[in-house]
Design a binder for this molecule. Structure first.
Ligand SMILES: NC(=O)c1ccc[n+]([C@@H]2O[C@H](COP(=O)([O-])OP(=O)(O)OC[C@H]3O[C@@H](n4cnc5c(N)ncnc54)[C@H](OP(=O)(O)O)[C@@H]3O)[C@@H](O)[C@H]2O)c1
Length: 378
């Protein structure tokens, strides 16, 4: 293959405590029989990508440099992060969990050949590059005429929200509480719950976020920044009977507030008094670390509850390949509906190296998702 303009992005922590993000040329390998080469057109920047890409850095120190002949963004590793990143020092790490593009070369197998010229959505890491070689069986084609942008974010968030509902059903719950609920993922969850008739209590932290979800039709939207928030949370949880929460914030006392509110809701619903608390199990799954501060627990939760971590990949493995592929097909079907994503800005690999762009991406603000088009500017 002609790899003359092929470029890939790496994130490296150096032994002198710098984070170096570089864009470097590479030769695209010939695909094996069952493989395809995808020219990447649309790669979203999700919070999970930022953990690898930018999180170690003190972006106040970000500057543009040329490192070993390649354009790079260089920043000091934040003091608080130095211990956490020791395991990756010196390793050039590829970034980008998911994305979409066009199949431009295919191996000899019939399944690979059938994908030639198709727009496909794919997952599996190393997406921040102009060309990604993948097993044909691991990419999902979009319908004819679809734009790659429609396929960019069809795995991480769509599969997570579908798997939330699987967890809810498998663990015997019938309603959900969700935090940071106006996020890209939160809006997908809201649309999925509305479609499936699953009662949802959405916790947000501003009036603008409350309006956004209320306008979508979500009945119970609670703004944690206003006085009287706990009373409203208890009432909403009592109205829905929710005993399960997915928490993306984690730091501070939000998980605690939810458990206390669930306990109070159970009492409201008629649970008998006990000094040990009610006998209804209440569960909070922490699935994000938007606030990295410690999780705080107080009295008032009773003693029958759990707080655990929740990660989509092992949850999908539990569900099995067949169910996972069914969920992926549903994500494609609903790409412009339940799982639609909106992007504020599309940048090239090189624009990602600009300090101001990196700082804007790192803000992870509501409605400010960035898309990378690796084919731009080559
Ligand atoms: N565990 C898993 O398997 C898994 C899978 C997929 C996604 N995730 C997690 O899901 C979360 C959402 O992802 P996304 O792509 O939807 O993100 P996103 O669209 O970038 O949105 C981030 C949202 O979080 C809010 N936020 C940021 N910091 C916050 C804080 N300290 N307290 C409360 N809200 C805060 C932002 O609101 P403001 O505008 O108010 O800042 C914004 O609404 C991320 O934490 C991601 O890591 C986890």
């Amino acid at each position: 293959m002609d790899g003359t303009s092929a470029r890939q992005l790496f994130s490296t922590v150096t032994d002198d405590d710098r984070l170096v993000i570089s864009v470097e040329p590479f030769d695209v390998p010939e695909p094996a029989a069952g493989e395809v080469v995808v020219a990447m057109k649309a790669v979203p920047l999700n919070p999970s990508d930022l953990g690898l890409l930018l999180s170690p850095a003190d972006l106040g120190t970000a500057r543009s440099e040329v490192v070993q002949g390649s354009p790079a963004l260089v920043a000091d590793v934040a003091r608080a992060m130095r211990r956490a990143v020791k395991g990756r020092v010196g390793q050039k790490l590829s970034v980008g969990n998911e994305g979409a593009g066009v199949v431009v070369a295919a191996g000899a197998s019939a399944s690979a050949q059938a994908l030639m010229g198709r727009v496909v959505t794919l997952v599996g890491g190393q997406m921040m590059r102009t060309h990604r070689v993948m097993e044909a069986a691991h990419v999902v084609p979009l319908p004819e005429g679809a734009d790659p942008v429609e396929g960019a974010s069809l795995f991480v968030n769509p599969m997570t929200v579908q798997a939330f509902l699987e967890t809810m059903e498998r663990e015997g719950h019938s309603a959900l509480v969700h935090t940071a609920a106006a996020s890209n993922l939160g809006q997908m969850l809201a649309r999925l719950c509305l479609k499936r008739g699953v009662p949802l209590v959405a916790i947000v932290r501003s009036e603008a976020q409350r309006t956004l979800l209320a306008d979508m039709g979500v009945e119970h939207v609670i703004d944690s920044s206003v006085d009287g928030y706990m009373g409203r949370l208890i009432a909403a949880i009592a109205a829905t009977g929710a005993t399960l929460a997915f928490d993306a914030v984690s730091g501070g006392r939000l998980a605690n507030d939810i458990l206390v509110a669930m306990e109070q809701a159970q009492i409201k619903l008629g649970a008998p008094y006990s000094v040990y608390g009610t006998t209804t199990h209440k569960q909070v799954y922490i699935y994000g670390r938007l606030d990295p501060s410690p999780v705080t627990l107080t009295a008032g939760t009773g003693l029958y509850w759990g707080i655990g971590g929740w990660l989509v990949t092992p949850r999908l493995a539990e569900l099995g390949r067949e169910r996972t592929m069914e969920m992926r097909r549903y994500a494609v079907e609903e790409r412009n509906g339940v799982f639609a994503s909106h992007y504020t800005r599309t940048v090239s690999l090189e624009e990602l190296l600009e300090p101001d762009v990196a700082r804007a991406i790192d803000r992870k603000a509501t409605g400010e998702k960035f898309l990378v088009d690796p084919s731009k500017g080559s």
